[in-house]
Ligand binder design. Structure first.
Ligand code: NAD
Ligand code: WQD
Length: 340
């Protein structure tokens, strides 16, 4: 299959591009590198033994996208491109609405122009918010509590509407829980700019000596040990989920939604302990106040993806910690560490 991957230079996109190439698919990445490095795709090519094609462009750039579709003639699109920092989205909401909504609308218009009928979209467990209790099934109520989450919720709605308007479309909405880990080679991984917002990259940077301690946001939740509980999914399992979703869509029409998670609730302190064990390091931490907007617990009911796609996570939390530490310790400054 010929797959156009927006945001393919980023964390999840690079792992999925690698998986697609390894599975024999041809890939064109469209990415503006606003939150990534071209080094990720260079390393993907090294690991896969062949390179994805690449167009440096914002997905909002209709002419550039049109040209990419004409030249590459994709069979399907995976749409990762988007801004994703929750806190930042509350400070610059219009940028989030413009980048995430405008790019998706442009992409769908260009797909329609070129007769491309298949799209897989990166949604998020953030759409479940605190509207019901976990484990969340796909038919749980959805909404949003911040502009980033609003864009995911709105794009899900847009996809439902375009799918209803064009019965030929095949749409997969994948709601990721908390992606962590890295390719087993240690050559590609998560490379956040500045201070990491997310728990795992922060912990990995403490383990690698780049930061002196972790701040744990709250120990007074109604959870196993008072700290926040999440569903951490290995990024390589997540990448595999995209290929499985593409295969499912092949020959089908309509709009589908699946949770991609493990279904296993893990607390902050449990994750810290797993990382210490996997890395042989000690992670000093301090307890602080809850982070505004956080929920106590968020984890998936994964039965729909298992039953319909035959997909489930196969890697453990320990695998993810080992792989993440390998990436972090061999690339202490991410892709900026060294060329080659
Ligand atoms: P990332 O920032 O590493 O990757 C996103 C990529 O898209 C980057 O390479 C960036 O340069 C590019 N990009 C952003 N806006 C663009 C635009 N308008 N045009 C072209 N390129 C653009 O993020 P990620 O963690 O790999 O996330 C990928 C997708 O998955 C995002 O849509 C994100 O919202 C979603 N998601 C991520 C998580 C998570 O915790 N990482 C969880 C749920 C959903
Ligand atoms: C996990 C747990 C924190 C950092 C976010 C987005 C969500 C999705 C995934 C994109 C929580 C605690 C964290 C730290 C801590 N992204 N924590 N100290 O908040 O579940 O989800 O990323 O769609 O939309 O909201 O992930 O990794 O930030 O936090 O104690 O320095 O770790 O309070 O309990 P979260 P996270």
């Amino acid at each position: 299959m010929r797959v156009l991957v927006t945001g393919g230079a980023g964390y999840i996109g690079s792992h999925t591009t690698l998986a697609l190439l390894q599975a024999g698919h041809d890939v064109l990445v469209v990415d503006d590198l606003s939150n990534s490095s071209p080094e990720s795709l260079r390393r993907v090519a090294e690991l896969a033994g062949r390179a994805p094609e690449f167009v440096l462009a914002n997905v909002r750039d209709e002419d550039a996208l049109d040209g990419a579709f004409s030249a590459f003639t994709p069979d399907a699109v995976i749409h990762f491109a988007g801004w994703k920092a929750v806190g930042e989205s509350t400070r610059i909401p219009l940028t989030y609405y413009r980048e995430n909504l405008e790019s998706t609308i442009t992409l769908l218009e260009v797909m329609a122009k070129h007769g491309v009928k298949t799209i897989v979209f990166s949604s998020s467990a953030t759409v479940y918010g605190d509207l019901s209790e976990p484990p969340f099934t796909e038919d749980a109520p959805t909404g949003a509590t911040n502009p980033y989450g609003q864009t995911k919720h709105m794009i899900e709605q847009i996809l439902t509407d375009v799918s209803a308007a064009d019965p030929e479309l095949a749409v997969a909405v994948l709601r990721y829980f908390n992606p962590i880990g890295a390719d087993v080679s240690g050559r590609i991984g998560e490379d956040p700019r500045g201070i990491p917002n997310n728990l795992l990259p922060f912990v990995a940077q403490v383990a690698a000596g780049r930061r002196d301690h972790l701040t744990v946001f709250g120990d007074d939740y109604d959870t196993v040990d008072g700290t926040g509980v999440r569903d951490y999914i290995h990024v390589v399992d997540l990448a595999a989920g995209h290929i499985t979703a593409l295969e499912y869509l092949d020959g089908r029409k309509g709009s589908f939604v699946w949770n991609l998670g493990t279904g296993m609730p893990i607390s902050v302190l449990e994750l810290v302990a797993a990382f210490e064990k996997a890395s042989g390091t000690t992670i000093p931490y301090e307890i602080a106040a809850r982070r505004p907007g956080d929920v106590a617990a968020c984890y998936a009911d994964v039965s729909k993806a298992a039953e319909e796609l035959g997909w489930h996570a196969t890697r453990t939390l320990e695998d993810a910690c080992v792989d993440s530490y390998r990436w972090q310790s061999t690339n202490p400054d991410g892709y900026a560490t060294a060329e080659g």
